[in-house]
Design a protein around this ligand. Structure first.
Ligand code: PLP
Length: 459
């Protein structure tokens, strides 16, 4: 692919960037003198930067988003066709793509019934939190209002979602946070907190202990990622979800599953929770819903929850008093309908299962060669390799070296990720989330680059 046309203009782009852009998640001072990577084209699994360098993208746009890969003309066309018909009308009215996508989505989510559109994953989670609070007021005199969240889980960047944020390093300096959010332990078996055989049940019991400490009549909901993403690619141990559900049922606690990363195919099922027989009350999703071709996120709930908001029409407060100007804006659901069709017609869920297994097998094989890999975890095309300085003590690998592995892979033409920085024990996991169209050759190229990078950085 020829990107030279962009190269000619790149100095102007970089100048404008340096002068006016405030990048996400970037330390500003080092960035001033760094050589920024400007992505100018994408096709399938690959992107090209402004210098014409081809990169195999094993992180789907950096943050687990471009599930169906780059350059999908049919999605661009669906968005174009919709925009020239009608680009916008507030979502208190209906739209053709908004209604049709809601119907198609619910067909993939037995037991769920209603779709509420938002712009981002954070906002979708905020909507669920607001509903949970309103239910507490309507049903329990405001008492059952607390929301439990898990250590290491992430639910967004707004103050309320950070109040439910289990990654302390992200929250530092942004408090005080919203009251009524209570942390429970995570369930990562590799870094055991309890020395027991039935680790999954024990980790779930730890949630019950918090419920009993706080008072079950104060707890409205439990919010969890089915597989924790940025917190370290944490897959649940056996027996965990069964017990979590029992606990929620026992204490009448609503279950809110954050599928912002796992949703729409990433783990090999439409939704991550569907691997574990979970019956959620709320499901939130964003990244893969339209693979980044348009901004769309959704909060999905059950008919039982919807009914709670319409049981007394004589009460003027009895509805969800909330709006999102761009939530459900027509381009989003138009892109999402086509995104879903592609996943179905191209058998991408099946491919995700197959290629996910290949990725895990390749990573496990690397464990034999590289003692720095302490643990390999994953579900579908959502995999992680935790790097440790010492397998016996599990002391995390030096963060600079972890970053050096990421940089070395990029130098070889493969973009991989690593978990968030700054908290010992969790900043050391390499993350892979290639598009669901990945082939065996792509997977081998990705893990091959990791192999070479580990050799270079750690020997
Ligand atoms: N929930 C999870 C699990 C996420 O990983 C993210 C973002 O990475 C969010 C919520 C927030 O989504 P957004 O950045 O679209 O607000």
């Amino acid at each position: 692919m020829n990107s030279s046309v962009y190269s000619n203009d790149i100095s102007e782009v970089v100048e404008a960037d340096r002068a006016h852009l405030w990048h996400h998640l970037i330390q500003h001072k080092p960035f001033e003198t760094s050589d920024p990577r400007v992505i100018v084209e994408g096709k399938g699994m690959r992107v090209w930067d402004a210098k014409g360098k081809e990169l195999l993208d094993a992180v789907s746009g950096g943050v687990w988003t471009v599930n169906v890969g780059y350059g999908r003309e049919s999605i661009a066309k669906a968005v174009y066709d919709q925009l020239i018909k009608v680009n916008y009308f507030a979502n208190s009215a209906g739209s053709i793509p908004g209604s049709i996508f809601a119907k198609r989505l619910i067909e993939k989510m037995p037991g769920m019934s209603r779709v509420y559109y938002t712009n981002s994953g954070s906002e979708a989670n905020e909507k669920a939190f607001k509903m949970i609070r309103q239910i507490a007021h309507k049903r329990y005199g405001g008492k059952k209002h607390k929301i439990l969240y898990r250590d290491r889980d992430y639910h967004g960047a707004t103050i309320a979602t950070m109040s439910a944020g289990g990654q302390d390093e992200r929250n530092a300096q942004y408090g005080p946070f919203v009251p009524g959010f209570v942390k429970v332990p995570h369930c990562l078996e590799y870094r055991k907190q309890w020395d027991v055989a039935n680790y999954g049940e024990r980790a779930a019991d730890a949630i019950e202990e918090v419920i009993l400490r706080e008072g079950p009549d104060t707890i409205g909901a439990l919010c969890l990622e089915p597989v924790t993403a940025g917190g370290g690619v944490i897959t649940p141990p056996e027996g965990y979800w069964e017990r979590v559900q029992e606990i929620c049922k026992k204490y009448e606690i609503l279950l809110h599953i954050d599928e912002v990363v796992c949703g729409v195919g990433r783990t090999g099922t439409w939704f991550g929770y569907q691997h574990y027989g979970i019956k959620p009350d709320f499901v939130t999703m964003a990244k893969g819903v339209a693979s980044g071709y348009a901004a769309i996120a959704c909060m999905v709930t059950t008919e039982a929850v919807f009914e709670m908001f319409k049981d007394d029409a004589s009460d003027p407060m009895n509805y969800f008093r909330d709006i999102s100007t761009f939530g459900g804006c027509t381009a989003g659901p138009a892109a999402a309908i086509e995104n879903m069709r592609i996943i179905e017609d191209e058998g991408l869920l099946e491919n995700t299962v197959k290629m996910g297994e290949r990725t895990m097998n390749n990573l496990r094989a690397l464990m034999d060669k590289h003692r720095v890999i302490g643990d390999v975890r994953g579900k579908g095309l959502f995999c992680g390799a935790e790097l440790v300085a010492d397998r016996a003590t599990k002391e995390p690998a030096d963060e600079k070296k972890v970053q050096a592995v990421v940089a070395e892979c990029a130098a070889q033409g493969v973009l991989i990720g690593a978990t968030n920085r700054s908290l010992p024990g969790f900043n050391n996991t390499l993350c892979l989330s290639p598009a669901l169209i990945a082939t065996a050759d792509d997977i081998d190229q990705i893990t091959g680059a990791i192999d070479k990078a580990l050799t270079k950085v750690f020997s």
